[in-house]
Design a protein around this ligand. Structure first.
Ligand code: HEM
Ligand SMILES: *[C@@H]1O[C@H](CO)[C@@H](O)[C@H](O)[C@H]1NC(C)=O
Ligand SMILES: *[C@@H]1O[C@H](CO)[C@@H](O)[C@H](O)[C@H]1NC(C)=O
Length: 447
């Protein structure tokens, strides 16, 4: 706490002392007040909760705060859920089945990892034709037409650069040893790269042939994002060992696995053979990557457009259990009285957001207790309205998503297994293969 905070603390102590006493004396009472008997808090839960500015600043809470909340959580009824999901994707499934027959051979090669159940089909490379999302999204200009799928495989560099994946692993160990925060940043880079014209390293470019603004300049990708230099560092090591062989898109995919493994996700096979796209346009970002205040239905459509269903969305959003957000991306929400009503007051107390966020460049961890660890308890925090991002909170309010969060919140291993499948699926979006694109020499510059 800075000097300014300390002064505030003293000033406000007298105002804070009553609620503090109350929470110390009647902790369970408070939790019940907040959550009622409904584990899915909606606005009405908080409308009547008096949120006193003074309470927010300096009400220390017992350190077992989250633990006590977690004990209150209820488990799921996922049978329902599965049915809904299947009805929703019935048509697409039919299309996919045809396609998957064609791709069967290809698919067998990287049949992942986990027990064979019908849903695994969903984790395969899937092309969903770009559906126009007319009312919500402007048509995309200059998005490359009909990207080609397939052609990726595990061990793509086995003959041409057998040590490639190992070089990435060792480089990532060095990088994370120096700065563990780069890991989550790279996971985010991978997501943002894949959602904009596919997993093609277009996000890494500093300029385009036409000189137009590049993807990395879009607000969605954020100021002070780390990870670009580190991807280049890995690429430099690869170029020293096997010049001109490994694409930056694959470097990012391999690095993403290492970053995830470092936070507790079991290692998984990463298919490779992606090629780098020599084009990167900022205007492709806003139609494809959600912002925290993007309406929920539009976010879901952004995922659908990429062949990712609601379950993938819920599974992947669990990546917000690692890493941090800059105050500029959250302070508005915490300062907005309407939005604030939906935030668990005890979380507001804990967060000290008004002290922490005097500087928009400051960061707050998503998961206060374990932001270096992929932790299913993050879903419980979401369910208890204890989250930084408005988008995560709004996803929690979707009934189907909410049920999935309850299911995975109690199933760390099951979640990570499914999460891995969704990451593999993410890595297959709209990839360039064969003689498309290029193998970049430098990840930030087209050849
Ligand atoms: C779908 C809606 C999503 C929205 C609106 C969203 C938004 C954000 C925002 C605003 C941040 C904070 C960035 C900053 O302030 O520096 C962030 C961080 C992060 N996001 Fe997301 N995100 C979404 C989905 C995802 C998905 C699907 C993944 C993973 C596959 C992901 C992985 C991450 C990670 C790992 C971080 C932490 C980055 C770091 O610590 O540097 N996000 N996200
Ligand atoms: C990385 O993956 C391996 C193999 O699945 C696993 O044994 C190890 O625990 C993972 N690393 C961490 C830090 O969890
Ligand atoms: C925040 O960081 C950006 C990028 O590093 C910098 O340009 C800006 O001046 C910083 N803002 C403040 C208030 O420090």
């Amino acid at each position: 706490m800075g000097p300014r905070g300390r002064i505030l603390a003293v000033t406000l102590l007298s105002c804070a002392i009553l609620p503090l006493l109350a929470s110390a004396l009647f902790p369970n009472q408070l939790i019940n007040d907040i959550h009622g008997s409904d584990p899915n808090p909606d606005e009405s839960n908080y409308v009547n909760t008096i949120i006193n500015e003074h309470d927010l600043v300096n009400t220390p809470q017992p350190d077992d705060f989250f633990t006590s909340i977690e004990k209150e959580q209820v488990t799921s009824k996922n049978g329902e859920l599965r049915n809904q999901k299947e009805t929703g994707s019935h048509k697409k499934k039919h299309k996919r089945e045809k396609k998957h027959k064609k791709e069967k051979k290809h698919i067998k090669e990287h049949e992942p990892i986990l027990e064979p159940e019908p849903e695994i089909v969903e984790a395969k490379p899937v092309i969903v034709p770009e559906e126009p999302v007319k009312e919500l999204v402007k048509p995309v200009v200059n998005e490359p037409a009909e990207p080609v799928q397939g052609g990726l495989r595990v061990g793509y560099y086995q003959k041409t650069c057998p040590q490639a994946e190992n070089i990435v692993k060792e480089a990532m160990e060095d990088i994370l040893h120096k700065n563990v925060k780069v890991g989550p940043s790279i996971v985010r880079l991978f997501f943002h790269d894949c959602f904009v014209t596919g997993c093609d390293a277009s996000l890494l470019l500093d300029k385009t042939p036409s000189g137009e603004p590049v993807e990395k300049t879009a607000v969605h990708n954020g100021l002070n994002v780390q990870g670009y230099a580190e991807i280049q560092e890995i690429k430099t090591r690869l170029e020293a060992a096997c010049p001109g062989i490994v694409s930056c898109a694959d470097v990012l995919a391999f690095a993403n696995r290492e970053a995830l493994n470092h936070t507790g996700v079991p290692r998984f096979d990463v298919v490779s053979g992606r090629r780098d796209r020599p084009v990167s346009l900022a205007k492709n970002v806003d139609v494809n990557v959600p912002l925290p205040d993007t309406p929920i239905q539009q976010m879901i459509q952004m995922f659908t457009k990429k062949g990712m269903n609601l379950e993938d969305f819920v599974l992947l959003i669990g990546a917000h259990s690692i890493g941090e957000a800059h105050c500029r991306n959250v302070a508005d929400r915490f300062g907005n009285p309407e939005k604030r009503k939906e935030i668990n007051p005890r979380y507001l107390d804990k967060l000290h957001v008004h002290i922490m966020c005097v500087d928009p460049n400051q960061t707050l961890p998503f998961d206060r207790l374990s932001h270096h660890h992929m932790d299913a308890a993050f879903y419980k925090q979401l369910l208890a309205s204890e989250t930084l991002l408005e988008s995560d909170h709004n996803l929690m309010k979707e009934p189907n998503a909410n049920a999935l969060m309850k299911k995975y919140g109690d199933d760390q291993d099951g979640w990570l297994a499914k999460f891995t499948q969704s990451i593999i699926k993410l890595g297959n979006i709209e990839v360039l293969t064969g003689d498309q694109g290029e193998i970049r020499k430098q990840c930030n510059a087209f050849n």
